[in-house]
Design a protein around this ligand. Structure first.
Ligand code: COS
Length: 406
């Protein structure tokens, strides 16, 4: 039996995130997008409301929420604005590699002080480099062991919240000859000499800020190594399996927001003497949009639930990410179409939603990369299948060039 009811604490968390979004995000989304910087005041409020650092265990000062719980927060804040949601959930991403491999002592020493003070502190997940975004195994940032320290050299880019972060989780190569098997994960405190370089000027999600991070002979203690040397790539993959559900949840929020704006518009806007909702052309679009929103939400929650129950969810989290973000882009496009000039005019706010939706298809692994993940797992599964059908085309040569004129 599947129980779709939220537990009382989950409902409470969801209600809190919805109320927070209504009060602090939705009314200011256009303004925050224009400001084009990390919304520190908003993050302080989110921190005080208990909407950040969700997965840090109680033994290390955190609330100890699981991934499904996070989807309620990300969906609600994503409904208000994808950029604000990305800024708010960024600590979840930054600390996720530590939830995979760090010891409780490491969390208590490096994370607890960041998440228990009066002022909000930020972490940043530093995987991407100029020449290795999708190809995460091609990391060139170097980590070299000298005595009881590690020395980090290299540059990361497109790092969310980097400009104000106090701690970076950095994926670095310890031995280039080993390829991805030489990568390790490190916690690098900002005050060890980390510099911030170019800040990206994006077309959307401008209430979330991405920057280049520069490590030049940054010395860190040996206990900043997370897990084992050589297991950093695996850590990145396991981390992304979890965090893609978080991005999908933001996208699910965007999906529903688009339905709500467009349907609200369609029951008030009159054309040819009647409300435009009465026209099937509009109604069918709205019906499809609601279907996309529900699909986004349910694939996301399922992917998160699998991870929370210690089941591998690589395929499902990639599906959730692809489905939810593609649906968000489609719903944003359709909402603007339904709202016509009101949708396209910047002042009504759909522009921020539309531009923000595009990034959901790109970060946390492009949707093409996520399809590769799905496809890879599908091929492995196919080898184990016996459906009963005889594969009678085996051994028969297919004619060449059947697509050419015959
Ligand atoms: N969980 C655990 N281990 C995993 C894994 C997962 N989800 N996926 C792969 N691995 C392991 C494999 O089992 C393999 O292990 P062994 O060395 O023990 O054999 C190893 O990792 C290498 O796997 P694979 O050969 O599949 O790696 P690829 O280089 O082909 O991976 C993709 C390619 C595209 C899947 C990977 O580079 C990727 O996800 N890139 C996108 C990164 C990304 O999202 N960047 C954006 C971050 S922005 S926030």
């Amino acid at each position: 039996m599947v129980d779709y009811n939220l537990l009382p604490y989950q409902k409470e968390l969801q209600d809190k995130a919805v109320a927070f979004t209504k009060e602090h995000i939705t009314p200011y989304a256009v303004e925050l997008d224009k400001a084009d910087e990390i919304p520190m005041d908003l993050l302080q409020k989110a921190y005080e409301a208990g909407l950040m650092n969700l997965h840090v265990p109680k033994e290390a000062g955190g609330p100890g929420y699981n991934l499904l719980d996070e989807t309620f927060v990300s969906e609600a804040t994503g409904y208000g604005d994808a950029g604000c949601a990305t800024s708010i959930m960024c600590n979840n991403l930054a600390f996720a590699p530590l939830m995979v491999d760090a010891t409780i002592e490491q969390l208590q020493k490096y994370i607890q002080p960041l998440i228990t003070g009066e002022k909000v502190k930020l972490g940043a997940f530093a995987l991407t480099e100029r020449n290795s975004g999708s190809d995460a195994g091609a990391t060139t940032t170097m980590a070299e062991k000298q005595g009881d320290e590690w020395i980090i050299n290299g540059r990361k880019c497109w790092i969310t919240n980097a400009a104000k972060a106090d701690l970076f989780t950095v994926f670095a190569q310890t031995d280039p000859k080993l390829g991805y098997k030489g990568i390790a994960v490190f916690m690098v405190p900002k005050d060890r000499g980390v510099e911030i370089g170019h800040i990206e000027n994006k077309i959307g999600q401008r209430a979330s800020n991405q920057a280049e991070v520069i490590f030049e002979n940054v010395h860190i203690p040996e206990d900043c190594l997370v897990g084992e040397v050589g297991k950093g790539f695996h850590n990145a993959m396991k981390t992304l399996d979890k965090t893609r559900a978080g991005i999908a949840a933001i996208a699910a929020g965007v999906c529903q927001r688009c339905v709500d704006e467009a349907s609200r518009f369609s029951i008030t806007r009159k054309s040819f003497g009647s409300k435009i909702a009465k026209f099937q052309g509009i109604g069918f679009m709205l019906a499809d949009m609601q279907g996309r929103a529900l699909t986004a939400q349910q694939t996301t929650r399922y992917a998160a639930w699998l991870a929370d129950n210690n089941m591998r969810n690589s395929t499902e989290s990639a599906i959730a990410k692809v489905v939810a973000s593609d649906n968000a882009m489609q719903n944003a496009t359709d909402a603007i179409q339904i709202m016509g000039g009101y949708g396209y005019a910047e002042e009504y706010g759909m522009g921020v939603i539309f531009r923000g939706a595009k990034l959901l298809q790109i970060y946390e692994g492009t949707n093409q990369i996520n399809r590769l993940v799905i496809m890879g797992n599908l091929k492995k599964r196919a080898k184990t299948l016996n459906t009963g059908f005889k594969l009678n085309y085996e051994g028969i040569d297919a004619p060449d060039h059947t697509w050419a004129p015959q």
